[in-house]
Ligand binder design. Structure first.
Ligand code: ADX
Length: 195
């Protein structure tokens, strides 16, 4: 930590921007296994918000790992740093007046709690995108479960790396039982009152 830093206040604060844009800013944090439907749900939520003239942006694990987080692996430490960095980015976006939809496996309770602390409890809506491993594996959209079973990918979530299901998510959607449309609608119902 550098003690020679002073936080620089700006005139166009989040409050000013929220007023100007006509909506609040916060984070919709999607957590769930690979293949559970996070990215699809994030995309549909984003379109819904766009059509309502709400400024929003998706932070997606695959995309951020191709860029800012390309130096990180899938070890517990790599995931921890991944979630820490994207939480700091999400926090900046909230400051910029946006609704942020994050799509990260974020398998560890401790890292999600850390994310909530960085972003701020009041700005954080945790959504558990629930789907049993067998179903995610049978979908295998990216063919990664197959590779993980063959041992070609190590530390794959659900196979040889754990997923700690959230204990106190604000919303849980079950993508094995309900359509994407139904899941998106139930999330919207919850977040709409926060806009
Ligand atoms: S997290 O665990 O650190 O939150 P993140 O959401 O960023 O993961 O990235 C997950 C994506 O990376 C998956 O959707 C999958 O496409 C890809 N991936 C590659 N290797 C792994 C792995 N070992 N475990 C999980 N996902 C992996």
């Amino acid at each position: 930590m550098n003690n020679n830093l002073v936080y620089q206040k700006q005139t166009l604060t989040r409050e000013v921007l929220n007023k100007k844009y006509g909506h609040q800013s916060f984070v919709i944090w999607l957590t769930g296994l690979s293949g559970s439907g996070k990215s699809t749900i994030a995309n549909e939520l984003n379109i819904y918000l766009y059509n309502k003239n709400v400024k929003s942006y998706i932070l997606d694990g695959d995309n951020t790992r191709l860029g800012i987080n390309k130096d990180l692996d899938f070890s517990d430490e790599g995931r921890k740093e991944n979630i820490r960095r994207v939480s700091e980015i999400a926090k900046l976006f909230v400051d910029a007046g946006l609704v942020v939809i994050t799509s990260f496996i974020s398998p560890f309770e401790e890292d999600r709690t850390n994310a909530k602390n960085i972003i701020g409890n009041d700005n954080f809506i945790e959504v558990f995108v629930n789907c049993p491993l067998e179903i995610c594996e049978s979908r295998d959209v990216k063919g990664l479960y197959k590779k993980a079973r063959k041992g070609e990918i190590k530390k794959f979530t659900g196979i040889d790396s754990p997923f700690e299901a959230p204990k106190s998510a604000n919303i849980t959607v079950n993508t094995h039982q309900n359509s994407i449309d139904e899941c998106v609608k139930s999330i919207i119902k919850f977040v709409e009152q926060r806009l």
